[in-house]
Design a protein. Structure first.
Lengths: 263, 261
């Protein structure tokens, strides 16, 4: 028992040491040896300092970090919820009804291989550079991921379970809501998480191309004003928010789909 | 058998009807409503696309643009997935490697490759290197995780049996861990290739002189909707082709496993 704990703490120590080592090397290369100018590769201290400053200063892009963050989240969540509300039911219907599948599937197969962010130029021309075009891109990315996963989930329903439903005289609707959807729930949640990743990525791309606020806009401005420390802060922020959203969904999955995680 | 043929015919018929309806609705929308001012009708897009394929857009034809995008993806994907798979296998098998690299990997993984575009331009300039760097990242982030899971979930009984029969660690790694991880690795490669394809399009939209991302971006700048749509169609074709190729390779390599089918 003692040995296991020792082993575990040994590996934790190694992990900590590895992170400290990388940061130290980073610091030495940039701030001591000056291998790269800070305008190209900022040192760790500069990144931390920029992060703290950015919390309350508006330069150089006209908004503070929380404002950018909030604006990105607003667009991402708007597009995401619309995409989920549309995508999950469509996926379920496609899997449940042969006729819906026959008619919707060919159109869906046409859209699916196109990555969501490839629609950005078209939506910008159609809807302008405001919130609608970004939300539309995120909507598409989200909907595709949700449809694929809900579809696969419903298709995993065991035929025996449906037969049992038949024997007990369940109607089609009852079979769908009592048997198929609970079976598909873990897959649907996988879809929600994949969709969240896709939505967040599409949003960053849209903000890099055309925006006046948001995290993607912030890092693009950081490049233009050659402040790579700001770019670093933005990237880390994007990563952290993505991770938080994913963790939140994972937590929700555990609450809702409790005990359904069996393969 | 007859039933199967009938089902096939029916689905083909339905596909024709639904795509026909879609095109018809699109055509009707552009002819009869305000939409026509923004969107060209399907016929125009089709002729424009044929023109782009036989003639030129920018410096070369549409197909050459697609090839230059594909070239970037393939170079970046090969480097990135080789690095990702090797690191993932090591992290999955050896706790020491996991302790050293996993915290660093965990910092990098949640950052979408697209968010690296500005910094890659600062570091590597506007040329080819910056784009390939992005694709390496996209492929790396996705393949590492799957290879790690694959190598970690190898049936311990197999490893113990090999050890009992006197296999050395190197033999176990080569003959048991790697083959057992192949299905998981391919799951990662599948995700990686589509993510790489999306990243190359994004990178070319930000800054490039050729490639499919450039096509749609230039179409937006010139307010040329046919060019954007032609670009989107080609991006779809390219993405589809890449997934099909990956799936074929997976089918050959994982024939023994049900995920290879």
């Amino acid at each position: 028992m003692m040995k296991i704990i020792n082993k575990k703490s040994k590996y934790t120590l190694i992990s900590i040491a590895s992170v400290v080592f990388v940061i130290a090397v980073w610091y030495v290369c940039i701030n001591v040896l000056h291998l790269k100018a800070e305008t190209v590769f900022p040192g760790p201290l500069t990144v931390v300092k920029t992060f703290v400053q950015k919390l309350y200063t508006k330069a150089p892009d006209g908004a503070t970090l929380p404002v950018h963050l909030f604006s990105s989240l607003k667009v991402a969540l708007l597009g995401y919820f619309l995409g989920v509300v549309f995508g999950v039911p469509v996926g379920i219907m496609m899997a449940w009804s042969k006729w819906v599948d026959r008619f919707v599937r060919p159109l869906f197969d046409l859209i699916r291989p196109v990555p969501g962010l490839a629609w950005i130029p078209m939506f910008i021309l159609l809807f302008g550079i405001g919130i609608i075009s970004k939300a539309a891109v995120i909507f598409l990315s989200t909907a595709v991921a949700c449809i694929v996963n809900s579809y696969t989930g419903i298709r995993q329903t065991k035929e025996e379970h449906l037969w049992v439903g038949d024997v007990f005289g369940a109607t089609n609707v009852q079979k769908l809501f009592r048997i198929a959807i609970p079976t598909a729930l873990p897959m649907i949640f996988t879809g929600l998480r994949v969709a969240m990743g896709a939505a967040w990525m599409a949003l960053v791309a849209a903000e890099l191309l055309a925006a006046s606020e948001g995290l993607g806009y912030m890092i693009q401005q950081g490049r233009y004003s050659s402040k790579p420390a700001l770019v670093f802060v933005g990237m880390l922020m994007i990563g952290i928010v993505g991770l938080v959203l994913d963790t939140a969904l994972h937590w929700l999955e555990k609450k809702v789909a409790k005990g359904m995680n069996a393969e | 058998m007859n039933e199967k043929v009938k089902e096939r015919l029916l689905s083909v018929l339905c596909a024709v009807i639904s795509i026909g309806l879609f095109l018809g609705f699109w055509w009707w929308g552009t002819q009869r409503t305000q939409l026509g001012k923004l969107l060209p009708d399907p016929g125009t897009v089709f002729t424009a696309m044929c023109g782009y394929i036989t003639g030129t857009v920018g410096k070369c034809s549409l197909l050459m643009h697609m090839l230059s995008s594909l070239r970037r993806v393939l170079i970046g994907f090969v480097i990135g997935s080789l690095a990702g798979v090797s690191l993932g296998l090591l992290m999955g098998r050896y706790a020491l490697a996991r302790a050293v690299f996993n915290p660093l990997y965990r910092v990098i993984r949640p950052i979408p490759p697209i968010a690296w575009i500005p910094i890659s331009i600062i570091w590597l300039g506007l040329g080819e290197q910056a784009k390939i760097f992005l694709i390496i990242l996209a492929a790396f982030a996705n393949t590492t995780l799957n290879a790690m899971t694959g190598a970690r979930d190898v049936d311990p009984e197999l490893i113990n049996a090999a050890r009992m029969l006197g296999a050395k660690e190197g033999q176990i790694f080569r003959t048991i861990v790697i083959p057992a991880a192949v299905p998981a690795i391919f799951a990662g490669l599948q995700v990686g290739i589509s993510s790489s394809w999306a990243s190359v399009v994004a990178a070319e939209m930000i800054k490039a002189e050729n490639g499919l991302g450039w096509i749609i971006q230039a179409g937006m700048d010139n307010n040329n909707m046919s060019q954007i749509l032609a670009g989107i169609i080609m991006i779809g074709v390219g993405g589809f082709a890449l997934t099909c190729i990956m799936r074929t390779i997976e089918g050959v390599m994982c024939r023994w496993n049900k995920s290879g089918r």
